[in-house]
Structures are given as structure tokens and as C-alpha cells.
Design a protein around this ligand. Structure first.
Ligand code: PMV
Length: 333
């Protein structure tokens, strides 16, 4: 059996705008998806997902494109999870030129699904890595990131940036602008995450921004303003420029970024109320992270105040401090 894990992430800046070629800075966090893979001697794929939902499920099918089996959990959950596992299996088969390889796969994840913390990217990265290693091939990390991107793009009808998958494969903070992906140095920021227990539909939210942008010049300007904001933010993040007050400035930019995202229609009542709870508790700044619509916010606060405030905020189901994950994909066994 071969086991790989990969981290989730938060966006410090730049989600949505990154889809249109603007830069974004995601940052890997210590919440991981772990995928265990065992090769089979037929071409079937059996997937057991224990932590993706409270229920968990097991499905077995022959080939990646066969019909979905009957399972007693919400269809949307199975579809979401299986879509990424299918796409990861396809990429692994292609990478090692074994189109009929079969696998027993088990997924365990402490990253809430569809909540803006990059759960699908982490499962895809860890899945491709474990499946290819199980067949005797160790992919270089950049190739792994590239294949994970192609898997995500296939599931999301081409509407994906390289940001999530690159960040999950490499770990740390990264900067992504179109096809240009690089690791950047960033201080270990005092990140606090609030989760409303819900999820947004990434495809739908991306399509909504695309439609607004096509209809109104000022929406297109908002997207390029986010790009400018990211360029300012990355200068402040650069440890060489680190100065007194830089946390406060980063926070201010996060607040600004949240406002721009809200104007593009991707925030929600619960995300806004967590953002405001964090600000009122004294956080330097707070914004939604990922596609939005529901899910998580990220705030910057070195004191315990934001964490405590979020724990008492109606609509916030879980709040935790997020440590920067310096490791990306980790070869566990
Ligand atoms: O919610 P997540 O973690 O899937 O992040 C989506 C980020 C977007 O910029 C909206 C889409 C993308 O592929 O970059």
C-alpha cells in the first residue's frame, strides 16, 4: 500500500481574479487529505471515503466512466468526491501509461469539502501521487501539480486556475499568475479560520463572476483591481520588506479584497458575519477564502480574540488557528 498526504490552503489574496490571469497568493495550511492506494489485479476502482462527510461511503466500479453505484449518501457529495478521485485515477493511469490499472483507494481528510480550503486539490494531489508511486513511478512535484491541475480543470469544465493544486503540491506560500507558478517566501502569519458548516458551488460562482464581468466594465475593472491589490500585498509579504505595521497593512488589504469579492457577488450572509465578527474582535483584517458562497473566512490575528469571537458567532460552526504547512505533498508510506 502507498500513502500520500497533501495540505489544504487559504487564499491570502486573489481568488476569482486568478481565473482571468491576475496573480493570486494562496498559502498551504496544516489540514491534510491522506490517500492510501493499493493496486488491484483487475481494472476496477474501489473508493472508501471515511472523513469526507459524517456518513462516509464506499463505492466500487469498473473503469472510470462507468455508471455510479447505489450508495446511501447524498448524490451531490458522492459526485463531488468521486469526480476528483476519478480524474486523479485517470491522470495516474496516463502518467504511467497503464490505462487499465485498478486501485483500492481510501481517502481521509480533515479539510471540509467545498469550503474554500482546497479539499479537492489536496485529494487530487495526494491521490495522483499515491497511485503513481504504487505503480512504481515517482512524479516530480511540478509534474504532479500540473496533472492535478488538469484533473481539477476536467471536473470543473475548464474553470480552474493552477493556484489550489500548485499550492497543495508545493506547500508554503505560492504565487500564481496564469501558467507562471512559483514558491514565495512568507512569514508564518497568525491565520484564524472560521467555517460556517456550508459549501459553495465553485463552478456556479466562477460562472457568475464571468457573467458580471462580461456585462459590466466596472465588474471587469473590479477583477483587475483585485490583481493590483495582490501585487501590493505580495510586496508587503516579502520578508525583505517586512516592517513594523506590515501585519496591519496586510489585514487592510484583506479587508479590501473581501469588499471587492462581495461586490462580485460571491460572499454570503454567514461569511460576512464571520468577517465582521473577526474585525470587531480586533483582527487586522478578514476575508472569505476560495470560491465563496459559504464555507470559510480567514482572518489575521496574533491574539486569541478572533478565535474566541468566532466561536460565539451565530453561523460559525468551527473556528481554528491555521498553521502554515511548509510541506506540500508528503510521501507517508
Ligand atoms: O473554493 P476553492 O478552494 O475551490 O477555490 C476556488 C478559487 C477560484 O479562484 C474561485 C477558482 C480557481 O480555480 O482558482
Amino acid at each position: 500500500m502507498t500513502v500520500s498526504s497533501a495540505p489544504g490552503k487559504v487564499y491570502l489574496f486573489g481568488e476569482h481574479a486568478v481565473v482571468y490571469g491576475e496573480p493570486a497568493v494562496p498559502c498551504a495550511i496544516e489540514r491534510r487529505a491522506t490517500v492510501s492506494v493499493e493496486a488491484r489485479d483487475d481494472d476496477h476502482v474501489r473508493v472508501e471515503a471515511s472523513d469526507l462527510s459524517l456518513d462516509g461511503f464506499t463505492v466500487e466500479y469498473a473503469g472510470a466512466t462507468d455508471g455510479r453505484p447505489d450508495v446511501d449518501v447524498p448524490a451531490s457529495l458522492v459526485e463531488a468526491a468521486m469526480g476528483y478521485v476519478d480524474a486523479a485515477v485517470e491522470q495516474a493511469r496516463e502518467a504511467v501509461d497503464r490505462p487499465d490499472a485498478g486501485f483500492d483507494i481510501s481517502v481521509e481528510s480533515s479539510i471540509p469539502l467545498g469550503a474554500g480550503l482546497g479539499s479537492s486539490a489536496a485529494v487530487t494531489v495526494a491521490g495522483i501521487d499515491a497511485a503513481t508511486r504504487e505503480l512504481g513511478h515517482e512524479l516530480p512535484v511540478r509534474e504532479l501539480a500540473n496533472r492535478a491541475y488538469r484533473a481539477e480543470a476536467a471536473v470543473q469544465d475548464g474553470q480552474a486556475s493552477r493556484a489550489d493544486t500548485f499550492c497543495s503540491a508545493l506547500g508554503g506560500a505560492v504565487r500564481v499568475e496564469g501558467d507562471d507558478c512559483r514558491a514565495i517566501e512568507a512569514p508564518n502569519l497568525p491565520l484564524v479560520v472560521g467555517f460556517d458548516g456550508g459549501a459553495g458551488d465553485t463552478g456556479e460562482l466562477v460562472a457568475g463572476v464571468r457573467a458580471l464581468k462580461a456585462e459590466y466594465d466596472f465588474a471587469a475593472d473590479t477583477v483587475s483591481t483585485i490583481g493590483n491589490l495582490v501585487r501590493t500585498g505580495e510586496q508587503i509579504l516579502d520578508p525583505e520588506n517586512e516592517a513594523e505595521g506590515s501585519l496591519a497593512e496586510l489585514g487592510r488589504l484583506m479587508n479590501f479584497n473581501h469588499g471587492l469579492l462581495a461586490s462580485l457577488g460571491v460572499s454570503s450572509r454567514s461569511l460576512d458575519s464571520m468577517v465582521w465578527a473577526a474585525r470587531e474582535a480586533g483582527a487586522h483584517g478578514a476575508k472569505l477564502t476560495g470560491a465563496g458562497g459559504g464555507g470559510c473566512i480567514v482572518a489575521l490575528d496574533p491574539t486569541p480574540e478572533t478565535l474566541t469571537a468566532l466561536q460565539f458567532t451565530p453561523g460559525c460552526e468551527e473556528a481554528f488557528r491555521a498553521e502554515l504547512a511548509t510541506d506540500g505533498v508528503r510521501r507517508e508510506a
